[in-house]
Design a protein around this ligand. Structure first.
Ligand code: ATP
Ligand code: MG
Length: 571
């Protein structure tokens, strides 16, 4: 490819709306352009990287026994009604009626479609395991599309679905995908971490997110400083903390004027924060009130709370009226005296507290001598781990302190079990002729998000630093003066040689000033730049610049190819 024919409109300025580096650099490097909020066109350079990412994924899916298919983007509402997700998916789903008034959606994911496919085709254990996958645009009307390709409304996803005859088979398929994902992100040259994850609305037993480590990431992950444990903060478990033994005191109401925060309360009563109980009030999508209680110095993990409220899909902060109607008082809350019908979720550590301080459900009033074991007698009270992990908390496996880091969820693997096959009647006959639901797993990678994650992890002030495996071109050959015939043909001979050796090379034959071309090379981030200058031609040498290290080597012309190959192998 010649740069004079390449549509790569680079910009010197950053577009105002681009908040994160990957978005800014993809825009400036002429890789993407926005068409509407959360929707992007890939220009040739961006698309080359996408194709390379897809190719690595494709090879590893095939190696793992996956077979590529292509399902329609448009999906009939009936399938989603069968699984129960037509309503559950909420506003994130883009819905459409056809001319006959039949309901459809633009697929946000394909569990329903694939289950409907195999239930008609797969009858016998002999057809299992079956691993089917596709590479396709997905649509999600995200509440906040942002960060360019990281959270868009139309995005490319590789989604694979596994079907097995039993739980053991599903675990094997899951492991195959887990290993394939590890290979994929390793081949792309990314620093990543598989972390235990929450299954969320998709359901199922076990899940891992493949997280690319980067500060701009929206995922917080807890990583053990000693053992292998790593989990998203939504998922990370915490063990119960037992309070020191003390004799229980009677419950006592005390006036605590103006102490609507924990700090003020501790100051006022002169108690340590570990002796206080804090409340957070939520309402579900169906307006049910949920009161969550943690120790004063702990934070509530909303995902864990949501997971223990049956049927709830979403939580938002509760309105004051709802709290009052249930007998509570915002800022001064405890389970004591809250009306029946309210969901009360108490962290396991709170339940072990002795002689604590908690709200009295009256303005400016608290209880002292709160002993949850004795005093929290509400019907249906849920006690479980609802705490959010933080730096220094003990690892649930080995007890060593955890470190918190940020990352970008580039892929996720799920054990689904029989949730969809049971709801939609996808069954097979075993060796004895008995009918069972298929046991499923699903596995997604966001292709565009992976591209963005790679840039977040690999950039400097000048621009992108592509890992070789996913660079739009591996090497760019630049004649200092492209208007000079001799320089151009010298550069072209090197370019031809690289191409013949199977290297993905670009010839920058544009009649631009050298400085402009060099700036573009650094911005776009080709791993190697080979420069042809009149001085070098005279001496029979070329200059090779390594984008990642900035190192510049002067090598004899005849060794240009060998040196480029040697350097590329390390990038
Ligand atoms: P998130 O929690 O970030 O919203 P998710 O867990 O809902 O993502 P999955 O359903 O697991 O996403 O989808 C599989 C993969 O698709 C994700 O790991 C991610 O790489 C990608 N993906 C999901 N939503 C988006 C989006 N809005 N834009 C770009 N990629 C996305
Ligand atoms: Mg996910």
């Amino acid at each position: 490819m010649r740069a004079s024919n390449l549509y790569a409109p680079t910009l010197r300025n950053t577009p105002a709306e681009a908040e994160v580096v990957s978005h800014q650099l993809m825009y400036r490097a002429g890789m993407i352009r926005k068409s509407a909020g959360g929707m992007y066109t890939f220009l040739p350079l961006g698309w080359r990287t996408i194709r390379k990412i897809e190719q690595i994924i494709r090879e590893e899916m095939e190696n793992a026994g996956g077979q590529e298919i292509m399902m329609p983007i448009l999906q009939p509402a009936e399938y989603w009604k069968e699984s129960g997700r037509w309503d559950a998916y909420g506003d994130e789903m883009m819905r459409i009626d056809d001319r006959h008034g039949r309901g459809f959606c633009l697929g946000p994911t394909h569990e329903e479609m694939i289950t409907a496919l195999v239930r008609d085709e797969v009858r016998s254990y002999k057809q299992l395991p079956l691993l089917l996958w596709q590479m396709q645009d997905k649509f999600r009307d995200e509440r906040r599309p942002r960060f360019g390709l990281m959270r868009s409304r139309e995005f490319i996803m590789k989604d694979l679905y596994s079907f097995d005859k039993d739980e053991e088979g599903m675990r094997e398929s899951y492991q195959k995908m887990y290993d394939a994902y590890s290979k994929i992100f390793t081949r792309m040259g990314l620093e990543f971490r598989p972390v235990e994850a929450d299954n969320g609305a998709i359901g199922g037993a076990k899940s891992h997110e493949f997280t690319v480590l980067a500060d701009a990431g929206e995922s917080n992950i807890a990583v053990c400083t000693k053992c292998e444990y790593a989990a998203s903060d939504e998922k990370a478990e915490l063990k119960v903390i037992k309070a020191p033994v003390e004799e229980m005191q009677p419950l006592e109401k005390v006036a605590t004027p103006g102490t609507s925060t924990i700090e003020k309360l501790c100051d006022f009563l002169n108690v340590p924060v570990e002796k206080t109980i804090k409340a957070v009030a939520y309402q579900t999508d169906t307006d049910a009130l949920v009161l969550a209680f943690v120790r004063g110095d702990h934070e509530v993990n909303e995902t864990k709370v949501l997971n223990c409220i049956e049927g709830a899909l979403d939580l938002r902060m509760a309105d004051e009226e709802a709290i009052t109607a249930a007998g509570g008082c915002a800022g001064f809350m405890s389970p004591i005296g809250i009306q029946k019908g309210t969901h009360i979720v108490v962290d396991q550590t709170v339940m072990k507290m002795v002689n604590a301080v908690a709200g009295a459900n009256e303005k400016d009033t608290h209880y002292k001598g709160v002993n949850p074991q004795r005093d929290f007698t509400n019907e249906g009270l849920i006690v479980t781990d609802i705490r959010l992990i933080k730096e220094g908390d003990p690892c649930p496996v080995c007890g060593a302190p955890v470190k918190m880091t940020r990352g970008i969820e580039a892929g996720q693997v799920f054990m689904l079990g029989t949730k969809y096959s049971e709801a939609m009647g996808a069954k097979f006959l075993d060796e004895q002729g008995h009918e069972h639901p298929l046991v499923m797993g699903c596995y997604g990678i966001g292709v565009g998000r992976t591209m963005a994650a790679a840039i977040e992890q690999n950039n400097d002030e000048q621009g992108i630093i592509w890992p070789r495996a996913i660079a739009p071109f591996e090497v760019v050959v630049v004649p200092v003066n492209g208007k000079k015939e001799d320089q151009l043909s010298y550069a072209e001979s090197i370019y031809d040689e690289l191409k013949k050796a199977g290297i993905d090379a670009l010839l920058d034959d544009r009649p631009e000033r050298a400085g402009v071309k060099f700036k573009d090379c650094d911005l776009i981030g080709y791993p190697l730049r080979i420069t042809v200058s009149p001085k070098g031609m005279e001496a029979g040498t070329v200059e090779i610049k390594v984008r990642r290290t900035g190192e510049v080597l002067v090598v004899p012309r005849e060794q240009a190819l060998a040196k480029a190959q040697e350097l590329l192998a390390t990038l």
